[in-house]
Design a protein around this ligand. Structure first.
Ligand SMILES: [Zn+2]
Length: 433
């Protein structure tokens, strides 16, 4: 009897939890986020999304000021501490830190020279890296993570979130996993599909497409076709593969046209091209061994933590069958090889590649072609994934006429590419069919 009551309570609880989750998912719905982003670019006067509401309120009501005060020795620093200043940074001729508004006059009265003062809220705002106001619909790293993590917690039955590794600056590279039976890093024998964006920092649209694809799948998880894929496949979505670069690109509120990761090269230049750093015909064609170049291949194959994380992630999951790597721009649907002008030698594979690229080309309006028909590029994700792991891997060059095509392009690019991505899911159990 106890058991029956216990299981009754448990099932009522889980029903309640499911309902709560459905409610939570509604607030994250794909349609809602699309409407929201349209309103953001139709009303560019709206302020860019800043820190979350709670943090903002907390900081706004915080009575402390951030100040820099000229001091020259330890005695003066000690005095400041005694007057109530919280010193967070010590420089040769000044210190910076916090002090409450009511204590500030004591410092000023004691003949200390206050070089700079602002509210703690004003001070904290500078740490928000964000898009220029007109492009505020794009998701920066924190917003991307927050959205993924909300999706995961609103869909606990099917979604989990984990990091595939750290970037060179120590950020996590997040993957949202959709699998009805395995969560987190647990193994699965279901056929796997990977969707990855933002290898290249300035290609921000390539973060939006996989991110919103995740929202779309979860929003439509009761749709019979989507339900079938969610139940039978192991789906991994990594929207922002190069978060260091993406954040650097928007850190000043103006775009920097940054492509690579944030590796500090020995000659003082920044970055390795992550899409030239995979171990396949490494640094042979269409890539540069000069560290300052935008296509710099690095000091060796997989010299970078980001590409190494992808290698380890893929090699640990033998069930992965298909992969889509989003880039921008050019409206193309590319398949291997990129690092050779020759066609893929295996005829069966080649035909499967061509057929799938053509179909995804139809669905997006993009031009399907062998990657090296555009230009040869050694060491890219897709050549490596196919050569070393037999994965049917594609590179989508999204639409647009610049790296910064504005926010109004997100909706159409997302909608078209959702169709192609759903098609790729339909082929993941058997790419030859
Ligand atoms: Zn790219």
């Amino acid at each position: 009897m106890k058991l029956i009551i216990l299981s009754l309570i448990l099932s009522i609880n889980s029903l309640y939890a499911l309902e709560k989750n459905d409610e939570a998912q509604k607030n994250l719905s794909f349609e809602k986020i699309l409407t929201e982003l349209i309103s953001r670019y139709e009303n560019p006067s709206l302020p860019a999304p800043q820190m979350d509401e709670e943090t903002r309120k907390e900081l706004e009501s915080d009575d402390r000021m951030y100040v820099s005060v000229a001091v020259s020795d330890k005695r003066e620093r000690t005095k400041l501490l005694e007057l109530g200043m919280d010193i967070i940074e010590v420089k040769k001729d000044h210190v910076s830190g916090f002090i409450s508004k009511k204590d500030l006059p004591y410092i000023e009265r004691k003949e200390f020279s206050v070089m700079e003062k602002k509210s703690i809220y004003e001070w904290a705002k500078q740490f928000e890296k964000d898009f220029p106001a007109a492009d505020s619909a794009y998701h920066n790293y924190k917003e991307t993570y927050d959205y993924l993590s909300q999706l995961a917690s609103a869909n606990k039955d099917i979604a989990s979130l984990f990091s595939i590794g750290k970037t060179i600056e120590g950020r996590d590279i997040w993957v949202l996993r959709l699998n009805s039976s395995s969560k987190g890093e647990a193994k699965s024998s279901k056929p796997g599909a990977v969707f990855v964006g933002n290898h290249h920092a300035r290609e921000h649209l390539s973060n939006e497409v996989p991110l919103l694809f995740a929202a779309y799948l979860l929003d439509n998880k009761q749709n019979p076709e989507i339900k079938k894929y969610l139940n039978s496949l192991d789906i991994y979505i990594i929207p922002m593969f190069n978060p260091d670069g993406a954040e650097y690109d928007i850190a000043t509120g103006k775009y920097r046209w940054h492509r690579k990761n944030m590796r500090k090269n020995s000659n003082g230049t920044i970055g390795v091209d992550l899409n030239r750093n995979y171990d396949t015909t490494w640094c042979k064609y269409g890539s540069s061994s000069s560290p300052g170049a935008d296509t710099y291949c690095g000091t060796g194959p997989f010299s970078e933590p980001e590409s190494s994380a992808m290698r380890d992630f893929i090699l640990a999951r033998k069930n992965i069958k298909t992969l889509q790597s989003y880039h921008s721009y050019g409206s193309m649907m590319l398949y291997p090889w990129g690092g050779s002008y020759d066609p893929v030698p295996n005829e069966k594979d080649r035909n499967a590649f061509i057929k799938m690229a053509q179909k995804m080309g139809e669905l997006t309006g993009y031009d399907p072609k062998q990657s090296s028909d555009l230009y040869a590029a050694s060491g890219d994700t897709c050549d490596w994934a196919y050569e070393k792991a037999g994965i049917f891997a594609f590179t989508t060059e999204l639409e647009g006429s610049s790296f910064y095509p504005g926010a109004s392009i997100i909706k159409t690019a997302v909608e078209k590419n959702i169709n192609a991505a759903v098609y790729l899911l339909s082929m993941t159990d058997n790419p030859y069919k």
